[in-house]
Design a protein around this ligand. Structure first.
Ligand SMILES: [Zn+2]
Length: 581
């Protein structure tokens, strides 16, 4: 298997073989005459899935000056090879456009990866041991902080302060749940925050309590902030370290573009600093977190931030609005009551009239509105607000988008296409995992559960669809999300023998790849620059170790990214790739 690690050597050999054909020099001269310059880089012998409009395949790609200058068969790429062209023979490996994640929290995820990381731990014992070990290894940390515990790990999704006191008795400890909508505090942390049995629940939150009415240690939504506001403030250095860690992880998974789904000014400053010093190895479109309590009065601040934080690879044109919470803890706003909880329909974070006024004001300023909406009532309210914006300001190419979209009333599905609203799904969640089977479906009943994550129905309605991970709520790996979108099973887990969860809402591999590439580029307004492999676009390219179309769909998560290029520049290379293993 020929692999090009010494580019000049292979380029030389290629040139020699061309010369030895005799006719080649004349051909080269002819092409040179017609203005074809040699490329900096040629990939050939690959399975190049272009994701262009006709979903064409190619074998070779040539790159010059960071841009794609040729896509086509191996037989035609030779004329792009000059003495200094680096030639990489792919031996059938797959080439895709760089992935786009349309909803992620890169800096938070990066910081979390440097703290107590509880992701993927299955039992309370494992969770406690990880916390204990972190506390022991960091005796000087004033707080033990981290994230990633999963709701189904604890009875009633409520870990207790007593459990946490056992492993962190001497210091405050505070740990976010994987979904960021619940938190877990120990006794010291609750004492510092002054949270007692006399503390009322905040308007958009709930303090879980034991039989005696004492705070039990679990906090929902805004109740978490009662304690979180006492955490030591993060520094600019923390944010930059988090971003650097996130970019390393993201580039290694083939990501070249990311939507920052909840940007604070501190985060924008970290992105801008990286952009200035040339270390921002991804295109970032940031959605600035809106203070919905201030509503329209917050718009001037958002306009100022958008102006201030604008760079080569950074734009802050989006505004993030939380319309509701999450289904598992019944904080998502639903049209019909949760089963077994009286008339509880969850809650909206913004009252409908205030939401409409806010959407109208943001749209008038040219912002791209990015809404967290999970329950069918929150999704309807969001569509109503975006409809009001269009009615007030006229139709424009706004590309507003709604993320998460867990429970959609079927009557609202055609409205996405009608209003030009992009459906921004997190496909990894549609796997029939414990969250869905044990927490969500029992609250909704079978009839409504049919409309959980209706990705196929939304897509078939003609709406634009983009995919994101919501990292570090869940796996950042686009291949995990792609696998779940087409299998509806947890990667590497519940393989059967029964039918997959809600099989009618699965989509095909081409659609799943598109939602993670060109669909994301469309969402970012960069579809003329990236998102597919076409001459003229930036060379945002990845090489995978296998062709996703040639393997069973439940093995897609095992595929590995070997090489990631952003504008033709290497930003990740797997160990061993250049040696041709
Ligand atoms: Zn999110």
């Amino acid at each position: 298997m020929r692999r090009a690690f010494a580019g000049f050597l292979l380029a030389f050999l290629s040139l020699s073989s061309l010369l030895s054909l005799g006719a080649a020099p004349r051909k080269r001269a002819a092409h040179a005459g017609s203005g074809v310059a040699p490329a900096d880089l040629v990939l050939r012998g690959g399975a190049v899935y272009t994701v262009d409009a006709s979903r064409r395949w190619a074998e070779a790609v040539a790159v010059a000056g960071g841009r794609i200058v040729f896509v086509g068969p191996d037989a035609e790429v030779g004329r792009r090879i000059g003495p200094r062209t680096r030639v990489v023979d792919l031996a059938g490996r797959m080439v895709l456009p760089g992935f786009h994640d349309s909803h992620a929290h890169p800096i938070d995820g990066g910081i979390d990866s440097l703290e107590v990381d509880l992701h993927g731990l299955a039992t309370p014992a494992e969770v406690l041991e990880k916390i204990r070990a972190y506390a022991a290894a960091h005796p000087d940390a004033a707080w033990v902080r981290g994230s990633g515990w999963e709701l189904p790990t604890f009875p009633n999704a409520s870990p207790t302060k007593d459990l946490l006191d056992r492993v962190v008795p001497d210091r405050p400890a505070f740990l976010w749940a994987m979904d960021g909508h619940s938190a877990w505090a120990n006794s010291k942390a609750l004492a510092i925050a002054g949270v007692t049995k006399d503390t009322p629940d905040p308007p958009h939150g709930r303090i879980e309590r034991d039989a005696a009415g004492e705070p039990s240690g679990a906090l929902r939504e805004d109740a978490s902030d009662l304690v979180a506001r006492h955490l030591p403030k993060r520094t600019a250095r923390d944010y930059s370290a988090g971003l650097a860690a996130a970019l390393r992880i993201a580039n290694g998974l083939g990501l070249t573009s990311l939507q920052e789904a909840r940007a604070s000014e501190e985060q924008l400053a970290a992105y801008a600093a990286a952009d200035r010093n040339g270390t921002l190895t991804a295109r970032i479109v940031a959605s600035i977190l809106c203070d919905t309590d201030k509503g329209v009065a917050d718009v001037p601040r958002l306009v100022a931030l958008r102006q201030r934080y604008h760079g080569r690879r950074l734009r802050a044109d989006g505004v993030k609005i939380f319309a509701d919470g999450v289904l598992e803890t019944r904080t998502a706003a639903v049209l019909q009551p949760y089963l077994g909880f009286g008339d509880d329909r969850g809650r909206l974070n913004v009252e409908p009239d205030a939401f409409k006024a806010l959407a109208v004001a943001l749209d008038a300023k040219g912002f791209q509105i990015h809404v967290h909406a999970i329950g069918d009532r929150a999704i309807r309210e969001t569509l109503d607000a975006l409809e009001a914006a269009r009615a007030a300001n006229g139709a424009r190419d706004a590309r507003h988008h709604i993320a998460h979209l867990e429970l959609i009333d079927p009557a609202d599905i055609p409205r996405f296409r009608g209003l030009g609203v992009i459906a921004n799904f997190q496909p990894f969640w549609a796997s029939g995992d414990e969250y869905l089977l044990k927490l969500t479906e029992p609250e909704l009943g079978p009839e409504r559960s049919r409309w959980l994550y209706p990705i196929r129905s939304v897509r078939d309605s003609g709406a634009a669809v983009a995919f994101g991970s919501d990292w570090d709520v869940s796996s950042l790996n686009p291949l995990d999300g792609i696998e779940v979108a087409i299998t509806h099973r947890e990667p590497g887990k519940n393989k059967g023998p029964g039918p997959p969860w809600l099989p009618e809402e699965r989509i095909g591999l081409p659609e799943a790849i598109a939602a993670y590439t060109i669909g994301g580029a469309y969402l970012d307004f960069t579809e003329r620059e990236t998102g597919s492999i076409e001459a003229g676009k930036a060379a945002d390219l990845i090489v995978l170790d296998r062709n996703l179309f040639a393997i069973p769909s439940d093995r897609i998560h095992e595929a590995k990214v070997l090489w990631t290029l952003l504008e033709g520049r290497e930003i990740y290379r797997a160990e061993g790739f250049s040696e041709g293993k």
